[in-house]
Write a protein that binds this ligand. Structure first.
Ligand SMILES: NCc1[nH]cc(CCC(=O)O)c1CC(=O)O
Length: 313
């Protein structure tokens, strides 16, 4: 083999350039190379700056939502500058362009939130300032601890920890998966999923490609993890059925077991005062499961997440 052919990329992977996004892209590259017997140099990582990383002074929900994480990468994928894009599935909007598809979901990491700055929710000091810009984390915290004050903090994991250190907030939440991927698993205390429910698809890395690109679809299918993929699709089906967006305070935990999904979900009002919880079990891939749970939750909550944001109820 000539040097030239060894270094020609077999796949160009688009990624955001934050340290966490890079760690996820590197993991994806390693899995692809292991599955196909490639050299690392044969997968090219192409970094793209996302609007979500540029605008840090306002909550994501106010400036365009989750689309700001994928807008630039979508353009690169659509135009063929990259073959696939690596995403934290938690950050990917529920409705995606039809020309794209999720080619693979990697084995899911720890889906829990980590609390930083206190040993448990009960141990948070009275009236503490809780730094988060995520509606779900804010509402869930206020539901347990209405005495706390929520202050918005944004930025990547390191920035958020620095802001906490600098006293901008007393406690904060981070995803265990993100800390793990950055080699910072020693930070904070993971919150038990029985009492503190994660975000849809938290801890899942997804790789999107063009639906028509059979070569890339085939390559990605080798690194797809069936249980993780089924859980992510289930979580996303619930969000879609709820009509939620990044303003929504929805927590959901789907567990794949023997081709079935056991799903538990909670809808909070933004102030955390209302908490409506439900469960459903269904054969993985059957949309009626998440749809019936969504109807049940919407029917029991006085706070209608769709009506509130001016979308058709
Ligand atoms: N909100 C940003 C974001 N998107 C994905 C992760 C972590 C990784 C994951 O959940 O897969 C994080 C950081 C965090 O919430 O602490």
């Amino acid at each position: 083999m000539t040097e030239n052919s060894a270094s020609a990329p077999l796949l160009r992977l688009g990624t955001r350039e934050s340290p966490l996004a890079m760690a996820q892209a590197i993991e994806t590259r390693e899995r692809l190379c292991a599955a196909h017997g490639w050299e690392l140099s044969q997968v090219e990582l192409v970094t793209v700056k996302a609007s979500g990383d540029k605008i840090l002074d306002r909550p994501l929900a106010d400036i365009g939502g989750k689309a700001l994480w994928t807008k630039e990468l979508d353009q690169w994928l659509g135009e063929g500058h990259v073959d696939a894009c690596v995403h934290s599935m938690k950050d990917v909007e529920t409705l995606r362009p039809e020309v794209f598809m999720i080619g693979a979901i990697l084995p899911r990491a720890d889906r829990r939130d980590v609390l930083v700055g206190a040993e448990s929710i009960a141990d948070i000091a009275q009236g503490a300032r809780v730094g988060t810009s995520a509606p779900r984390r804010a509402a869930q915290l206020l539901n347990h601890r209405p005495d706390c004050e929520v202050v918005g903090i944004r930025g990547n994991v390191a920035t958020r920890l620095a802001k906490l250190e600098a006293g901008e907030a007393d406690v904060t939440f981070l995803a265990a998966a993100g800390l793990e991927r950055l080699g910072q698993s020693d930070v904070g205390v993971a919150l038990d999923e029985d009492t503190w429910i994660p975000a849809a698809a938290q801890g899942a890395i997804g790789i999107e490609c063009r639906a028509e690109d059979t070569r890339v679809r085939e390559l990605l299918s080798a690194i797809d993890d069936t249980p993780s993929h089924a859980e992510v699709l289930a979580d996303r089906a619930l969000l879609e059925a709820l009509g939620g967006n990044c303003h929504s305070s929805v927590a959901v935990d789907s567990r794949f077991d023997d081709a079935r999904i056991h799903m538990r979900a909670v809808v909070f009002s933004p102030d955390g005062q209302e908490r409506v919880e439900g469960k459903v079990e269904f054969a993985a891939g059957v949309a009626a499961g998440p749809q019936s749970l969504a109807c049940d939750l919407l029917g029991r909550s006085s706070y209608n997440i769709r009506k509130h944001f001016g979308q058709p109820a």
